[in-house]
Design a protein around this ligand. Structure first.
Ligand code: ATP
Length: 367
């Protein structure tokens, strides 16, 4: 059993709290991503799990066992860093064999595992090359293979793909999923790239300034963000977040966008959430891909806006709309027919709108 439990985990460096009272349960054999911007405490959390850093407060359990007194080399943890740590004077084969020899694994078993890893990582034709001759992409494959071949119960990866080129990163994402499928390890993966986290992880822990913002499946984190930080961090382009005021227009709730006008709320779910708002000042959120662009004559709720910029980005067109001091992005299919300067209505997507408290940034009435 290699579940990982972080209980009230805190790490302080002098006055700085790098990780603040973190509680997280990583189930056995799950792939969990620690996601957040630079400096949010991802690596520090990872280092504490590995035993490289000691917590200031709180505890770490592996399969229910407290790791406080267990040193790093006794934790059965594999670790891959952003900057591949491999022996450059050795061949690929010797690098892959190294951890197994240190552990006293039998010769025939070493041969089998190294061959299996070379097949998995497609390193067969490089096995007898010196690693100094390898490309950056291949070096990172060796670094991952070298750690994975020892089959640790827990595999920690700290931004392992961030130095690699985009095409190879996409390839390696698939390879990492294969690895986890093959070895059934508990994987913890540090990244600041939300796409990487979404595509790889069973669950994502979103961190900001040492604090856990949300922990859930990619679907939960993307579709039900707990606050404006998560809403903004997940997705590209990110969620449109418009400050506005809840008003009562003729007895019904409406959203007042100031110089961009007012819109009635007809969406039952949104109405329910608005009624729970404690303050009139809220932030209204819509994912770019959820917004409909309609002619202004259409009587449904929305904001009258003007097309200010059209951005073709290959598979999609991002249409920028503005009204008064507000602007939003709308994601449409490629070659979406729209004219710069067109006067349109941005229609609120039914059942797909988000509403947050303006002061705390927390989602209102999330179910
Ligand atoms: P990055 O993606 O940039 O590595 P991160 O989310 O992994 O960021 P950490 O490396 O965990 O963040 O750092 C969290 C905070 O703790 C940062 O402000 C960092 O400067 C600080 N920090 C990390 N290690 C130390 C240390 N050994 N001494 C002092 N401060 C540290």
């Amino acid at each position: 059993m290699a579940s990982i439990e972080l209980i009230n985990l805190t790490k302080k460096f002098g006055d700085l709290t790098a990780v603040n009272d973190l509680n997280l349960v990583i189930p056995d054999k799950e792939f969990v991503a620690l996601l957040g911007p630079s400096g949010c405490g991802k690596t520090t959390t990872m280092n504490m799990i590995a035993g490289i850093e000691m917590p200031s407060e709180g505890s770490i359990l592996f399969g229910g066992e407290d790791m406080r007194t267990i040193p790093a080399n006794k934790r059965d943890v594999g670790f891959v860093f952003q900057n591949y740590a491999i022996f450059t004077h050795m061949t690929v084969r010797k690098n892959l064999e190294f951890g197994l020899k240190v552990r006293g694994v039998e010769k025939s078993e070493i041969k089998r595992r190294v061959q299996n890893m070379a097949d998995l990582m497609r390193l067969n034709d490089r096995l007898d090359w010196r690693t100094s001759k390898l490309s950056v992409n291949e070096l990172q494959k060796v670094a991952i293979g070298r750690s994975a071949v020892t089959e640790p119960e827990i595999f920690l990866l700290d931004e392992p793909l961030s130095n690699l080129d985009a095409a190879f990163r996409a390839f390696m994402r698939t390879e990492l999923k294969h690895l986890q499928h093959e070895f059934q390890q508990t994987m913890v993966y540090v990244t600041h790239d939300q796409i990487e986290a979404m595509s790889l992880a069973d669950r994502i822990a979103v961190l900001d300034m040492g604090l856990l913002q949300q922990y859930g499946t990619p679907n939960e984190v993307y579709n039900k963000p707990h606050n404006t930080f998560v809403a903004n961090f997940m997705g590209s382009p990110s969620m449109n977040l418009l400050p506005c005021r809840l008003t009562n227009g003729g007895g019904d709730h409406a959203l007042d966008f100031g110089d961009a006008g007012t819109s009635m709320i007809e969406d039952g779910e949104l109405m329910r959430r608005c009624k729970l708002a404690r303050n009139a000042d809220v932030v209204f959120g819509m994912r770019p891909e959820d917004i409909d662009i309609q002619p202004r004559e259409v009587g449904r709720p929305g904001i009258d806006m003007e097309v200010s910029f059209v951005e073709p980005i290959g598979p999609r067109t991002v249409v920028h709309l503005s009204a008064g001091s507000h602007s939003i992005k709308v994601a449409k299919d490629k070659q979406y027919p729209i004219e710069l300067g067109a006067k349109v209505k941005a229609e609120f997507p039914k059942g797909r709108c988000h509403i947050f408290d303006a002061e705390s940034g927390n989602a209102i009435g999330l179910e």
